[in-house]
Design a binder for this molecule. Structure first.
Ligand SMILES: CC(C)(COP(=O)(O)OP(=O)(O)OC[C@H]1O[C@@H](n2cnc3c(N)ncnc32)[C@H](O)[C@@H]1OP(=O)(O)O)[C@@H](O)C(=O)NCCC(=O)NCCSC(=O)c1cc(O)c2ccccc2c1O
Length: 139
C-alpha cells in the first residue's frame, strides 16, 4: 500500500449537502483542492507552487472523480493525496476520500506549470527543485 503524500481531515458541514442530505458532487473537488494546497504548503512555501503570478502559474488541466458511496453531514472525511506521475510540465495526483476506512470517492487532478511567453501562457518544464521534491513522493 503506497503512503499518501498528504492527508487531511474534513468535517462535512450542513451547507455542503444537498436536498437529499448528501454531499454535492462539486464539493469533492473542493476537498481535493484543499488537500492539494496543504500538500503544496508542506512541500516548500518558498517554491511558490501556489502563487498565481503574472509570469508563471499552475492551472489544472484535468479533474475527475468517481463517486462510490455518498458522504453525509457530520461525517469526518479523510482525504489522501498520492503523486502518481511527475512529467515534463505536469504533475498527476490521485485522491482517495474516505469515511471510517470506507472509500467514498476517488479523484484525479493534473496540474501544469505554465509561463508567460510572448503574452500567452504555455507549458514549461517543472522547476528542478520542485521536481525533485515531487519525485520523492511518487507512488
Ligand atoms: C495550461 C495550458 C496553457 C497548457 O497549454 P499548452 O498547449 O501550453 O500545453 P499542453 O497542452 O502541452 O499541456 C501541458 C501539460 O499538461 C498535460 N495535459 C494537458 N491537458 C491534459 C489533460 N486533459 N489530461 C492530462 N494531462 C494534460 C500535457 O500532457 C502536458 O504535460 P507534460 O508533462 O507532458 O508536458 C492550456 O491547456 C490552458 O490554458 N488550459 C486551461 C486551464 C484552465 O483554465 N484550468 C481551469 C482553471 S485553473 C484552476 O482551477 C486553479 C486551481 C488552483 O487550485 C490553483 C492553485 C494555484 C495556482 C493556480 C491554480 C489554478 O489556476
Amino acid at each position: 500500500m503506497p503512503e499518501p503524500a498528504c492527508q487531511i481531515r474534513h468535517l462535512v458541514e450542513f451547507h455542503e449537502t444537498d436536498m437529499a442530505g448528501i454531499v454535492h458532487f462539486s464539493n469533492f473537488f473542493r476537498y481535493m483542492e484543499k488537500c492539494e494546497h496543504a500538500f503544496a504548503r508542506s512541500l516548500a512555501p518558498d517554491l511558490d507552487y501556489l502563487k498565481v503570478g503574472p509570469e508563471a502559474t499552475w492551472p489544472r488541466v484535468h479533474a475527475s472523480c468517481d463517486f462510490r458511496q455518498p458522504a453525509r453531514f457530520g461525517q469526518e472525511l479523510v482525504i489522501q493525496q498520492f503523486v502518481t506521475s511527475v512529467r515534463r510540465s505536469s504533475i498527476h495526483y490521485r485522491f482517495e476520500i474516505l469515511h471510517e476506512s470506507t472509500l467514498l470517492a476517488e479523484g484525479k487532478i493534473v496540474v501544469a506549470h505554465v509561463v508567460r511567453d510572448q503574452g500567452r501562457f504555455t507549458a514549461s518544464p517543472l522547476p528542478s527543485p520542485l521536481r525533485a521534491k515531487l519525485e520523492a513522493h511518487c507512488s
